[in-house]
Design a protein around this ligand. Sequence first.
Ligand code: NAD
Ligand code: UFG
Length: 347
Amino acid sequence: MAILVTGGAGYIGSHTCVELLIAGFEIVVVDNLSNSNINVLNRIRELTKKDFKFYEVDLIDKSSLEDVFIENSIEAVIHFAGLKAVGESVKIPLHYYHNNITGTLFLCELMEKYDIKKLVFSSSATVYGVPINVPITEDFLLSATNPYGRTKLMIEEILRDLYIQNRDWNIVILRYFNPIGAHPSGRLGEDPNGLPNNLMPYITQVGIGKLEELRVFGNDYPTSDGTGVRDYIHVVDLALGHLKALEKVMSTSGIDAYNLGTGRGYSVLEVVEAFEKASGRKVPYTVVERRPGDIPICYADVNKAKKELGWAATRGIGDMCLDSWQWQIKNPNGYEDFKHISKIKMN
Ligand code: NAD
Ligand code: UFG
């Protein structure tokens, strides 16, 4: 019996595949490689010394997806596959709705057809919209401020309806806060296309000299130093959270949502400082206007995950920065080839 991992070639999915294989699970990975690189798969194999089946399949292609269910004996599904760029989702909303929602509908329809009712779903802290206060507990009012967030919100609702219709379903919704960091080996990490949207990949590219300076989006927020505060979580801690979620869906039926964060917020400038300490590099920055849609402060109450999943993050901001940096310097061009490596000065 195998665990089907959709989006397993992506940033969080690849780290989770490693932890699943190390824990002894058999896995089958489905990914259309729309935001990931085929090289990731061999790195997962290399790190774990284990093999697994990979299908380059789009979830929207239901008949090819069905082949995966026909050809494998699947016990549970961890569903990462989805598009995730907030700004892009505003520009091409229909594509986001189609990819994320239709993809999930087809997946769930096939799970029903093949009587597989154990699902772990990647949601996001974005479903809390503009939180009224912090720390954020799972019972906060949900809302969304952009099409990407609405896909997560809608999928959560779809999954709740699925459970109401058939109480045999076992579903865990994981609401990630801000995943950063990389595998400590430096072999897996986040590989954004083009200019990074998110803070940590932007900082590491400034650190290595690919980008000139960080633009800090606003320093007039009601926070200790005026810059935005987020709950950054190491991607390996996040991956391990999926193993705990899997344990839960294997043992009980129901539907439940859990925050995966550290429960502690860091400002942009605190992250810059932690990165400089971990890497020994300076990160020049300029403060610019606030980024539209950004919220001032966001951090999780993580007690529910601790109590009910037996999971807590153990890696601190120093490890997150160090591992992000190691990944950046060992893979200056991400998963692309290494032919430019000698041009980049490293010390
Ligand atoms: P990622 O883009 O690195 O990984 C997603 C993977 O899904 C990619 O490999 C992509 O090729 C694949 N994919 C997308 N659409 C597909 C489709 N229709 N069929 C098959 N494969 C498809 O992103 P990630 O950071 O690893 O995120 C994984 C999940 O976690 C996503 O659902 C994302 O929305 C969610 N999430 C991410 C963050 C974050 O900051 N990284 C925060 C909260 C939630
Ligand atoms: N920031 C900068 N400069 C940058 C990039 C970011 O100052 O170049 C600041 C932002 O203003 C924010 C903080 O750094 O205060 C973190 O920004 P990110 O873009 O890294 O992360 P967000 O919290 O904005 O968004 C992330 C994901 C979303 C997800 C959300 C909640 O990108 O997809 O977390 O989970 F919805």
